[in-house]
Design a protein around this ligand. Structure first.
Ligand SMILES: [Zn+2]
Length: 139
C-alpha cells in the first residue's frame, strides 16, 4: 500500500495533485480506514480555520461536485466515472457538506414525485368513476 503523507492529503484537498497522484491518494483512501480518518481530521481542521488555506477551500469547495452535478448523480445520469467519483466523495471521503446538499436535493426531488403520484391516483379514481365499466367504453 502506498504511504500517503499529510502533505499529500492537504494537496489532495487543495486539488493540487496531478491525475496519477490523485488516483493514488483515492486508491489508498479506499483501502485504508486509518487514512480516511486522517482525511476527515484534515477536513475538520480546515473547517475550523486552523489551516491557512482553509478559508479559500471552504469558499470554493474545490474537490466538491456542484449542486447540478449532485442532482445528476441522484438521477444516475452521469458518466460512470463521474458517478463513481461522487459516490467516492460522498461515502468514502464522507464529505458532510455534500451529504447535506444531497439530502436537500433528495427531499426536493421526492416531493414533486409524490405529488404527481397523488394527482395520478386522483385522476384514475375520478376517471374510473366516469367511464363505463369494462372494455369498449371508449367513445
Ligand atoms: Zn463535498
Amino acid at each position: 500500500m502506498p504511504n500517503i503523507t499529510r502533505h499529500q492529503l492537504d494537496s489532495y484537498l487543495d486539488d493540487a495533485l496531478n491525475d496519477p497522484e490523485t488516483a493514488l491518494v483515492e486508491q489508498a483512501l479506499r483501502q485504508s480506514e486509518g487514512l480516511r480518518r486522517q482525511l476527515r481530521v484534515a477536513m475538520q481542521e480546515r473547517d475550523r480555520g486552523e489551516h491557512s488555506i482553509g478559508a479559500i477551500w471552504r469558499r470554493s469547495r474545490l474537490t466538491c461536485p456542484n449542486r447540478e452535478q449532485l442532482g445528476s448523480y441522484l438521477l444516475s445520469v452521469l458518466e460512470s466515472d463521474h458517478q463513481d467519483y461522487i459516490d467516492f466523495h460522498l461515502y468514502t471521503v464522507g464529505c458532510s457538506y455534500c451529504l447535506a446538499n444531497l439530502a436537500d436535493l433528495r427531499s426536493l426531488q421526492a416531493e414533486p414525485a409524490s405529488q404527481v403520484r397523488q394527482r395520478r391516483r386522483r385522476f384514475f379514481e375520478s376517471s374510473a368513476g366516469l367511464l363505463p365499466a369494462g372494455p369498449g367504453g371508449k367513445k
